[in-house]
Design a protein around this ligand. Structure first.
Ligand code: C2E
Ligand code: MG
Ligand code: MG
Ligand code: MG
Length: 286
């Protein structure tokens, strides 16, 4: 009897694995089509000054307009794209679109810096710096207007190549931002030997600052350390005024979050830009 059960179980897992690989196969086909049929969209979330609320720049955030599943966030497909070796092509498109947006902003008299998120995998490519350089040149965009966000996880897993690539980026005049900062013990110790100019406090840190004194103290220590190392500090996921004020009280430099704006399409970015600019000006008058 036990043996029989075992056999059934084995069959069950077998079927599950088969189904999973079918799904993977399906995802692979759909992602390929997404690239050729241009189903990707890029949204932009404004990054504002913590105190004045003036817009400093924006972060480009990828979306997949899936034919049946709707608008998908990268959490639903980035891992698969990495596994199937498609991330480079997708991110090349992201960087290219971003540079095009920077250049269109410039045509409207707006000096806009935009951040893009790099994937861990891209650091395996030794020509990443040259590749980005060629996209910049193609759009006649200055390196100082493009910020590259890399996650802490990348820094941990690709130490040697990572440091080398960051050095090249710095030489090119590109700015590096350490994304999702504060999630790992890594955070503080390795800051000093990486060529970065900014840290982005992970949303999980922002969450607690208004409600808990302890959380605020921890974040305050991080901000102090970052400032001592001459790094710009951006808080992610700021959703309410209490959080903003708490973060201002510990000298956080800039913020992103639903309190200011959700990620918006390019055509709205320039509007949001002037609107937030206007609102903050009006505010400071009273
Ligand atoms: P991230 O770089 O840490 O981006 C911040 C995420 O927080 C974004 O999710 C953004 O929409 C969301 N967010 C912003 N403000 C708020 C807020 O006030 N409240 C809440 N609850 N969420 C907020 P999104 O767009 O789904 O992106 C998820 C992650 O996917 C990003 O995290 C980034 O690591 C990755 N990603 C985004 N775009 C790209 C891309 O072009 N290439 C690659 N390789 N990864 C990307
Ligand atoms: Mg990011
Ligand atoms: Mg982040
Ligand atoms: Mg995050």
């Amino acid at each position: 009897k036990a043996k029989e059960n075992g056999k059934n179980q084995y069959r069950f897992f077998d079927a599950e694995i088969e189904q999973a690989s079918d799904e993977m196969q399906q995802t692979r086909i759909e992602l390929k089509k997404a690239i050729t049929e241009q189903e990707f969209r890029l949204l932009f979330q404004p990054k504002v000054d913590a105190v004045t609320r003036l817009v400093h720049g924006a972060e480009a955030l990828l979306r997949w307009q899936h034919p049946t599943r709707g608008l998908l966030s990268p959490t639903h497909f980035i891992e698969a794209a990495e596994r199937f070796g498609m991330i480079e092509e997708i991110n090349a498109w992201v960087i290219s679109q971003t540079c095009s947006t920077i250049s269109q902003a410039r045509d409207r008299g707006i000096d806009l810096s935009i951040s893009v998120n790099l994937s861990n995998q891209q650091f395996r490519n030794k020509n990443l710096d040259a590749h980005i350089q060629s996209i910049l040149e193609q759009h006649q965009v200055e390196a100082r207007n493009l910020i590259l966000e890399v996650s802490e996880t990348t820094a941990i897993h690709h130490q040697a190549q990572f440091k080398e690539t960051l050095r090249h980026f710095k030489k090119q005049g590109l700015k590096i931002s350490l994304d999702d900062f504060g999630l790992h013990p890594f955070s503080l110790t390795h800051l000093q030997d990486l060529e970065i100019s900014e840290v982005k406090l992970d949303r999980s840190l922002t969450k607690g600052v208004a409600a808990s004194k302890t959380s605020l103290s921890i974040v305050e220590a991080i901000v102090k350390l970052a400032h001592a190392l001459d790094l710009n500090v951006v808080a992610e996921g700021v959703e309410d005024e209490d959080q903003r004020q708490a973060l201002v009280s510990i000298n956080c430099d800039q913020m992103q979050g639903y309190l200011f704006s959700k990620p918006v399409e390019q055509k709205f970015l320039f509007d949001v830009f002037s609107e937030l600019q206007l609102r903050s000006t009006t505010k400071s008058l009273f």
